[in-house]
Design a protein around this ligand. Structure first.
Ligand SMILES: Cc1cc2nc3c(=O)[nH]c(=O)nc-3n(C[C@H](O)[C@H](O)[C@H](O)COP(=O)(O)OP(=O)(O)OC[C@H]3O[C@@H](n4cnc5c(N)ncnc54)[C@H](O)[C@@H]3O)c2cc1C
Ligand code: SF4
Length: 328
């Protein structure tokens, strides 16, 4: 591992000041970053440990929830307000990694975890535009079973691997940021960038910008939500496809609906055209099938992941059918 400086931040301002130098990175629990440093994928000159910053999970004035970026994944999944009002978020987190990793991993680190593409991790042997612009993408003609089908480009077909982010995307979560130019808020669905021809630029964060919190708005629909993850093993595996969804029915028609997809795109994917098509529809299978077709209509596949559009369609339909059948 390349030598690096380490500093523990005691305040948000201190963290931002400490990460001013190019080459500095924030350190959450290190469950992703330290692995990448060991593999030689990342070599920050300075780590600014932000695990001492806010871990609070507290109500907002608007009736939502504000979750400090240093809160552990377990703390969020076990929080009574999250379980009652945002059940898809608790389910998504509990479907990820292992209990030990969830106990350590932070909200900020989960949002900014890097892709699990095999070639991205293979510094010695593989060409990867995300790791080294201009190298090409070995996944295009290689092992691409876990790769993306929506929002991908000829330069990169990697997916964002987070389960938590999929539920956050369905709930219109807003990410609070602090940086050298002050504070700002960005919708979670706008935080991660699509690869285009610059897959090494993964988010809209400015250099040194810190995630301080995520804010879940107050919306009645979020209490009627769930998360389903389809994967190769029952535990300890990333999603091939996942769906976070919420459904609100009034007078026999769909009054509101949320759908977000994981495992299929370089960012948590919100198929808004599918949601729009469902508003006002009778909550029955034909409407769900039509919406799922719309959600996957722009997909492009490689030989290894040609199964994903159908798997995603079926998972959307199954999740919405379950929600419609539940006691809403
Ligand atoms: C074996 C294994 C299995 C896993 N399985 C799953 C799974 O099924 N589903 C899933 O979703 N995840 C899974 N994960 C990933 C795991 O959830 C992430 O490693 C974890 O969430 C990262 O959190 P962290 O606090 O350790 O982040 P770190 O590793 O500390 O940091 C990750 C990135 O976030 C940046 N960062 C951290 N905090 C901030 C902040 N506040 N502001 C700005 N930048 C910040 C760091 O600079 C770094 O770039 C798995 C991990 C392992 C090791
Ligand atoms: S899919 Fe993206 S991360 Fe994977 S090898 Fe290609 S460029 Fe790299």
């Amino acid at each position: 591992m390349t030598p690096f400086d380490y500093a523990r931040a005691r305040s948000e301002q201190g963290a931002v000041a400490g990460a001013r130098d190019a080459g500095a990175k924030y350190l959450g629990a290190g469950t992703n970053l330290v692995d990448l440093m060991r593999e030689g994928v990342e070599a920050p000159g300075r780590l600014v440990d932000v695990t001492g910053l806010s871990r609070r999970i507290e109500p907002t004035n608007g009736g939502g929830l504000l979750i400090g970026a240093a809160a552990s994944n377990t703390a969020v999944a076990e929080n009574a307000a999250v379980r009652a009002r945002y059940p898809a978020l608790a389910r998504a987190i509990l479907s990820g990694a292992s209990a030990q990793i969830r106990n350590m991993a932070t909200v900020g680190g989960n949002i900014l975890q890097r892709t699990r593409c095999t070639y991205f991790l293979d510094v010695e042997g593989a060409g990867c535009n995300k790791r080294q612009p201009g190298q090409g993408c070995d996944a295009l003609e290689g092992l691409n079973r876990g790769h993306g089908i929506l929002g991908v480009s000829p330069a990169c077909i990697a997916i964002h691997p987070s389960d938590m982010c999929v539920a956050l995307a369905a709930f219109d979560t807003v990410v609070h940021l602090a940086g050298a130019n002050g504070r700002r808020r960005v919708p979670l669905v706008d935080l991660h960038r699509l690869p285009g021809d610059t897959p090494h630029l993964e988010t809209v964060l400015e250099p040194g910008e810190l995630i301080t919190a995520v804010e879940l708005p107050s919306q009645s629909i979020t209490a009627r939500s769930t998360y389903r993850k389809v994967r190769d093993r029952a535990s300890y595996a990333f999603a091939l496809v996942s769906v976070a969804a919420a459904l609100e029915v009034a007078d026999g028609r769909i009054a509101d609906v949320r759908i977000a997809l994981g495992g299929v795109a370089p960012k948590p994917w919100r198929p808004r055209e599918a949601e729009a098509a469902l508003i006002g529809a009778v909550p029955e299978q034909s409407a769900f099938v039509a919406a799922a077709d719309l959600a996957l209509s722009g997909s492009t596949t490689r030989p290894g992941n040609a199964f994903k559009p159908d798997l995603a369609r079926r998972t959307i339909v199954a999740v919405l059918t379950d929600l419609a059948g539940a006691d809403l």
